[in-house]
Design a binder for this molecule. Structure first.
Ligand code: DCT
Ligand code: MG
Length: 405
């Protein structure tokens, strides 16, 4: 029914949020009547989360545990840590005492233990030992290769591969994405700057204009939320006339390839549309919503600020090469689904997950990056702007810069 990867994710999220009862909380609480507890709504999509974070030490620690859980295929634990970190990010000032956390949602026993450890000892022993663990370090390095997920990394680690050199020496068969990922590893692990994202926006914008003059392109992902760096650059492309977006992606990709701008690309048809012929989605919709995962070749001259990359023994620095590799995601959406696609691709990942959870649990609706379906009424709900979608969901509108949960 829905965009498959996101849907299964949100279904896994279906388990109830761990909220401590008063008795458990007492164990953690320092008895301090002067401290006013914070208060935040329980779903991240009900909160305004800017990039300002008064609790970075705590949220970095919880995010690291979330990352470790995700890399170990313990998604439930990962989500629990992500939700806890997001609650702390939303607080108006730094937490100094456990008693301030009384009554806050999404703070499970485990997260509270980590917070308490940091407040009392300056660091969490669990976070420190995770950081230092060989397994975590190996998982980070290997999944840092574009095209390598946690399952592949885990298999390699079990075969004794912990770093890039061991991988190169192992003779493992790599698919095309992984080969490109390994080749451009140093560039891809460098954050993409806003200037680089804007330069790529200009190039892709010109490419789109030349293959389909009326088509529109929007920068989505973290940069739309006001971030100054990202791990990639995300674009959403649409056409004002429904149906005219069909065939746009292959033309766009050919154009970019003919200019030598793509080091790697793989276009996939979105799984949501395959074989889906539900109401509001005629069979002719198939092929209309496509995604291209690419590695872009960005020349130094194109950003006007040079390229950022570190030199390694294996490859000459990006400065010497006068170009760097950048991960770029392109998505084409029909105009009828554009608002949903824009909302879905703006993120953050947790904000999206929480929107879907809110829709399902509180409103009996299914939200995806294509549509909103009312389960009770058995019908799709149309929307032509993000504002309308929030209104249909009974939520106050949260602008992109406040979706940094
Ligand atoms: N997205 C999502 N669920 C996923 C993957 C992606 O909801 N499983 C959405 C939210 C963000 C958007 O797609 C783009 O994804 P990323 O580029 O991974 O996230 P980002 O916020 O842009 O992060 P970064 O700034 O590091 O690129
Ligand atoms: Mg991104």
């Amino acid at each position: 029914l829905l965009d498959v990867s996101w849907y299964t994710e949100s279904m896994r999220d279906g388990h109830p949020v761990e909220i401590l009862d008063r008795h458990k909380l007492q164990e953690f609480a320092v008895n301090d009547s002067e401290v006013t507890p914070f208060s935040v709504p329980s779903y991240a999509c009900q909160r305004r989360s800017t990039l300002k974070n008064h609790n970075a030490v705590l949220t970095d620690s919880l995010s690291l545990l979330a990352e470790n859980a995700e890399l170990s295929d313990e998604d439930g634990r990962g989500v629990a840590f992500r939700r806890a970190a997001a609650v702390l990010k939303a607080l108006p000032s730094a937490v100094t005492k456990m008693s301030q956390l009384k009554g806050l949602p999404c703070l499970g026993e485990h997260s509270l233990r980590v917070i308490k450890d940091i407040l009392e000892n300056g660091a969490s022993s669990e976070v420190e030992s995770t950081k230092e663990s060989e397994r975590f370090k190996a998982l980070k390095v290997l999944t840092g290769i574009f095209g390598v997920g946690s399952k592949t990394a885990d298999r390699w680690i079990r075969e004794g591969i912990h770093n890039l050199q061991q991988l190169r020496d192992s003779g493992q068969t790599l698919n095309r994405a992984q080969q490109a990922g390994l080749e451009h590893y140093d560039d891809i692990k460098q954050p993409v700057s806003l200037a680089e994202a804007e330069a790529i926006r200009g190039i892709v914008g010109r490419a789109v204009a030349s293959v389909s003059p009326e088509a529109q392109i929007v920068l989505t992902g973290g940069f739309r939320r006001g971030k100054l760096t990202g791990h990639d650059v995300d674009f959403l492309i649409t056409h004002p006339e429904e149906g005219s977006e069909v065939g746009l992606m292959p033309k766009l990709v050919s154009w970019l390839e003919s200019q030598g701008l793509l080091l790697y690309q793989k276009t996939t048809r979105n799984s949501y549309l395959e074989g889906s012929e539900g109401p509001g989605r005629p069979p002719s919709n198939i092929d209309r919503f496509e995604r291209c995962l690419s590695i872009f070749k960005l020349s130094a001259g194109q950003t006007g600020r040079g390229v950022q990359s570190e030199e390694t023994a294996a490859s000459p620095s990006a400065a010497e090469r006068r170009w760097r590799a950048v991960r770029v995601d392109l998505v084409v959406s029909p105009i009828s689904q554009f608002a949903f696609a824009l909302l879905g691709w703006t993120g953050s990942k947790l904000f999206e997950r929480e929107l879907r959870r809110w829709a399902g649990h509180e409103k009996g609706m299914s939200l995806s990056s294509h549509a909103l379906y009312d389960n009770k009424q058995g019908r799709y709900i149309r929307a032509s702007s993000e504002e309308e979608i929030f209104a249909h969901l009974g939520l106050e509108f949260i602008p992109p810069t406040e979706r940094n949960a």
